[in-house]
Design a protein around this ligand. Sequence first.
Ligand SMILES: Nc1ncnc2c1ncn2[C@@H]1O[C@H](COP(=O)(O)OP(=O)(O)O)[C@@H](O)[C@H]1O
Ligand SMILES: O=C(O)[C@@H](O)C(=O)COP(=O)(O)O
Length: 426
Amino acid sequence: MPIRLGCIADDFTGATDLANNLVRAGMRVVQLIDVPAPGAHPPVDADAVVIALKSRTVPAAEAADASLRALDWLRSAGAGQIYFKYCSTFDSTPAGNIGPVTEALMDALGTDFTVATPAFPDNGRTVFKGHLFVGDVLLGESGMRHHPLTPMTDSNLVSVLGAQMRRPVGLIDHKAVAAGPEAIAARIGELRGEGVGAAIVDAVSNEDLVRLGSAVAGLPLVTAGSGLAIGLPANWGIEPSPVAARLPAASGHSAVVAGSVSAATNGQVREFLDSGRPAFSVDPLRIAAGDDVAGEALKFAEAHLADGPVLIYSTESPDAVRAVQDELGAADAGELVEGTLARVAQGLVERGVRRLVVAGGETSGAVVQALGLTSLRIGPQIDPGVPWCAAPLPGGDTLHITLKSGNFGGPDFFTAAFTLLDEAAA
Ligand SMILES: Nc1ncnc2c1ncn2[C@@H]1O[C@H](COP(=O)(O)OP(=O)(O)O)[C@@H](O)[C@H]1O
Ligand SMILES: O=C(O)[C@@H](O)C(=O)COP(=O)(O)O
């Protein structure tokens, strides 16, 4: 049977976040890493396929190109609607990539209108009058203003997206959303008439997203964080299932690799260190100086793997990150750290790690690519937006892996994740 929904995610943590919400809303979902070869068979028994790209921070033309290849494949697999998934904090720069990718997809699909909303109320992301709130504060006042690659300082998404698109950007405000699918459809008609190409949509609750989901059933393209996923499966008569997806039992050593410097990950690292568990800090300046930091981290891990989860982290405070960036440049520092953590993850798996937590979207992309993973099965949710996944390793074993968005998860995530996996297998 052809797939119904085809999804393109701009990073790997975001892809599992989206897949998780679709699974919880009842869809059978397969997540593929990167675009399959043209003509590769679509997975059987999947209602949706999520293609995970690492396109959030690459040059805009590259991101558009990769997204168009994903689109071609998803359409050939039968997808009747396309979902472009970006971050719930709208991570982007004036050069893109949310706007340019949206426009490339619109052009290819021949559509004149789409919606855009990063709202994900279960994780405290709400949009009101076009302004994005992260918890109780506006985006531009949240920790995202310090993000190393995509600092977000403007909370007005109409202006943020407007700066990235040629087409005019409008707003479907909360009055229309609260009034229901017909009012949203009427507002879409109005905006289309005014020549607006994309509209930021207010949403402050899951009910708003469900109403929006129903109103956009006929759009060839929707763009959003993972939140809108809860409102789409019903358009195909698919009902939410309370049963979390099942995974095969996990075995092997446990480890955490953290390359996120976001506020939530800083808290999780602190909690792990405070608990006295084994942890190794990766210093970007030592990598740049040519030290074998990955080798040292693996030696440390080897000595501690038998004692439970080992943490290898580059997570630092915003001030420390800024100091490193001043010396190395933000992009080079990011690449150096990602490359080192990816080598560490490879080494950990070679040493018997089969339960792996990865923190950070870019970091997850680098790790998943280095491990040669090609597809993920979605399992139980650890915290909103973060499921355990199972992936076949190139050698044939199964790796249980979770890709944690930098800003997701409770303070004890690095230990709670392993407890949940043990419980799920019991
Ligand atoms: N100590 C550090 N100094 C500078 N850059 C760092 C440091 N630690 C990690 N980075 C880089 O910061 C970026 C974090 O992005 P990402 O992994 O997507 O995390 P998040 O999910 O929090 O956005 C990565 O490119 C990573 O390599
Ligand atoms: O929508 C979200 O917030 C996440 O799914 C996401 O995209 C996370 O990106 P990172 O913070 O870079 O992990």
